[in-house]
Design a protein around this ligand. Structure first.
Ligand SMILES: Cc1ncc(COP(=O)(O)O)c(C=O)c1O
Length: 392
């Protein structure tokens, strides 16, 4: 089946955080939302059909994760990521961020240090701080428009109070797909210093053709035993509202502790629709995903051409994965707050401003290109007109 990602779909008054919270969050209902990481596309048709059939059944009682739920996950990991996982390793959480919070609470103590690599998805910082742990910043370094990990800085900062790293793989917002070499270097440092690796791989399916994502725990038995890998069908298939994620934990001791924490919080029962959606997405969603990736690549090319011809002051950090594009706006010569004001008040666009990903992101902005091309063009035109007014 051929999917039409160009079709604009009105999401207003559907309870969409991205669209219905615009006035509340940004103070103006005419702002075009291109911020939070969900897509303005319908889910794959097989998922919609499966949910419709489930609705027609009419009974929505307590729901369990069936054998076909686990088989669908195991099949997906093998097919798309060449990663063999066992049923027992798969643990449930309603979302990756709730899982991160549980993991921080379960595997570290108040006052322990946890490494993050900013600029990075901001909830990493909040789950650490809100749980009374300390953030250890190991900022990425940008070399000719491509970000890298700074292992020298990391080695220098380590001490016995560092217990964990939360890794974004692929990285949000800088779009890197980490190479095996980078992951191995990082993993060896962590193993040597008894640092547990939490690899948030929620964007792992949204990787552009030239790149290959490597699940952290697939690298070696040792890496598998010293890691927790967070996955979900939510980013891949636009199913965030289904509240279903899978935390893959090969180490039995770690797994038992995680499961106990979920049980203590009494959040272990799955959403009825989450189970149905996951099975159909992982069993029948390949065709849709392949077409989505082509469409996103087209949007990225459109963005590159638009920016190069209209606002060459803005530098595009080329994403290797994700539909989130990190734009370097430092050459505009305005500070982070002025950039935010320009976007919100003049351009009337809601991007995720770079500084919220850590001070390392100041002067950058992150745009979500998972929308019909017409919406992308509208957003970029607004942004470019506002920048042009700065030039006068
Ligand atoms: C790196 C990363 N982790 C986690 C999430 C959110 O996960 P969840 O909705 O499952 O809590 C996002 C959403 O943007 C993300 O980018």
């Amino acid at each position: 089946m051929k999917y039409d990602f160009n079709e604009p779909i009105d999401r207003l008054q559907t309870g969409s955080v991205k669209w219905d919270e615009v006035e509340n969050l940004f103070g103006d209902k005419d702002i075009l939302p291109m911020w939070v990481a969900d897509m303005d596309f319908k889910a794959p048709q097989p998922v919609i059909n499966a949910l419709r059939n489930r609705v027609d059944h009419g009974i929505f009682g307590y729901t369990t994760r069936t054998d076909s739920y686990y088989e669908a996950i195991i099949g997906w990991m093998k097919r798309r990521h060449n990663w063999s996982i066992e049923k027992e390793w798969i643990c449930y959480s309603p979302g990756v961020v709730p899982a991160l919070s549980i993991i921080v609470q379960t595997f570290t103590n108040p006052g322990d240090k946890i490494i993050v690599q900013p600029p990075v998805y901001y909830p990493f910082m909040s789950v650490i701080e809100q749980n009374g742990r300390e953030i250890l910043r190991n900022p990425l370094i940008e070399v000719n428009g491509r970000y890298q990990m700074d292992f020298e800085d990391l080695r220098q900062k380590l001490d016995p109070s560092v217990k964990m790293i939360i890794l974004s793989s692929p990285h949000n917002p800088v779009g890197r797909v980490w190479t095996k070499e980078e992951l191995v270097t990082l993993g060896e440092i962590c193993a040597e210093h008894n640092i547990l690796v939490i690899s948030d791989e929620i964007h792992f399916d949204l990787v552009y053709k030239e790149y290959v994502h490597i699940p952290y725990a697939s690298i070696s038995k040792e890496f598998a035993q010293n890691s927790i890998v967070c996955t979900a069908p939510s980013k891949t298939f636009n199913l965030a509202g289904m509240q279903t994620s899978n935390i893959i934990i090969p180490n039995k001791t770690h797994r038992d502790r995680f499961k106990k924490a979920v049980e203590n919080l009494a959040i272990g029962l799955t959403s009825t629709f989450g189970v149905t959606a996951l099975i159909s997405a992982y069993e029948e969603g390949d065709e849709w995903l392949d077409q989505l990736l082509e469409y996103l690549k087209g949007n990225l090319e459109f963005l590159n051409e638009f920016i190069e011809s209209s606002i060459p002051e803005v530098k595009v950090i080329q994403p290797e994965a994700t539909y989130l594009v990190w734009l370097d706006c430092r050459a505009l010569g305005i500070d982070a707050k002025e950039l935010e004001k320009l976007n919100r008040k003049q351009a009337k666009v809601a991007f995720d401003e770079g500084y919220i990903f850590g001070q390392e992101g100041a002067g950058f902005t992150r745009i979500n290109i998972a929308c019909p091309r017409s919406i992308l063009e509208e957003g970029l035109t607004r942004f470019s007109n506002a920048i042009k007014s700065l030039r006068k």
